[in-house]
Design a protein around this ligand. Sequence first.
Ligand code: NAD
Length: 476
Amino acid sequence: MRGDSFPEAPSSGADLLDRQRRAFLRDGAPDLRARKANLRRLRTAVLAHHAEIGEAVSADFSHRSRHETEIMELVAVIQAIDYLSRNLRRFMKPERRHVGIHYQSGRAYVALQPKGVIGVMAPWNYPVSLTLVPLATALAAGNRALLKPSELTPRTSAVLKRLLEDAFTPEEVAVVLGGPEVGAAFSALPFDHLLFTGSTPVGRRVMAAASENLVPVTLELGGKSPAVIARGHVNARTLGSLVFGKLANAGQTCVAPDYALVHEDDLETFVGGYDAAVARAYPEGPTGADYTSIVNERHFERLKGLLGDARTKGARVIEVGVHPETAETRSRTLAPALVIGAGDDAGLMQEEIFGPILPVRTYRTIDEVIAHVSDRPRPLALYYFGDEDAGCARMLGSTTSGNVGINNTLMHVAQEDLPFGGVGASGMGAYHGIEGFRALSHAKGVFVQGRWNLTGLTRAPFGTSAARVLNVVLRR
Ligand code: NAD
């Protein structure tokens, strides 16, 4: 058995992994019924605690509306559970594979078996769904799971721990709480697979730690996702979608449109239209009930610093959708802003923004846009607003991003049947869809020997029959 001692690990994580692995080895792979029952237990527990979850998330953020938490987190979790339950029988079915002519009368198939114990590390921005959707995937694939939610949303993490302790035994699902040191030790545990969601720099460290034990990883990272607006496509639909994607959770979304690429002829229409679209979506302004706060002081100061830096470097910063009557302040509330003319030297154009600030760059041709995207690290998402014409096809064919949204933002994540993940600096591997189930399963190829086949004639002692078979196989 692997992992008898974990000198660097906190005893709780190592002990729990050990208990889960022993239980997995003792009980083997759960059948369809047991997996469905596990998913049902998770579903029931989440719904039973929905009010508590909403309150904890809001308190952690200083403010987030119950609606936003339910739409962006609970719906995601419940949809994922229902999708997995509905498709589980099909996902689990062994897949018949082709048998070479010389091996006929034998059978070949692929059986997906649970990997064992899955480690899940989650960030703070969607602390519920980014912990529980990986968990649901792990359970559907027949695994046990150890979770490490974020220390930056402590109330939510505590609710998740309680909820999961009520619903599952520690041998099935367990939660380890702690900050970066615990995270570092957790990522060094010899899991059967580690699914990490978080920032690119931490993802790099997590992968290095996992490599010590040859633990396979899925890395769901971040980056700068561009929104490209084709010439003449700045309209209410485009702007409404951009405002939704940028300002949901006040921009603290991994797949939020990070910046916009707008045709130079459309810039002024864009600026006026975006302002109006923000006012329509948030009529009470940034201190209204529907607008989320920034998660902590460090990120609040970081975002203000990015705005200051852009101003210093000559960019135009425009606060949008702000009404004078909403001057009342709420802790860590940052008004939505557009930034025009930020160059590559501005921090805003270098790091993932993760806040309600939208830099806008102009372009003249789609080729310029393609070059811009291709010169930079591969984004998690790319959004394109326009007709599905030759320009759109060129954009899709010539750029590489984790996912693409056409005439929408964020909604690709809600398509349960699509893989969700990054590429290059934005991540490795994917979950959701059959891809998630496969990522947390081992694809075991099985060959069953038939009664007879040609290979029997090619064993020593070699003679004329082997020569004949070789002539057939090599077609000579
Ligand atoms: P983070 O990388 O700081 O933290 C993620 C997790 O890693 C937390 O549980 C944290 O405790 C742990 N951690 C922190 N330091 C660690 C270390 N040195 N070693 C091991 N573990 C450590 O990320 P965050 O700030 O919580 O989340 C924001 C980032 O996550 C953004 O970059 C965002 O784009 C990304 N993100 C990606 C997705 C996705 O699905 N691709 C979703 C949400 C967020």
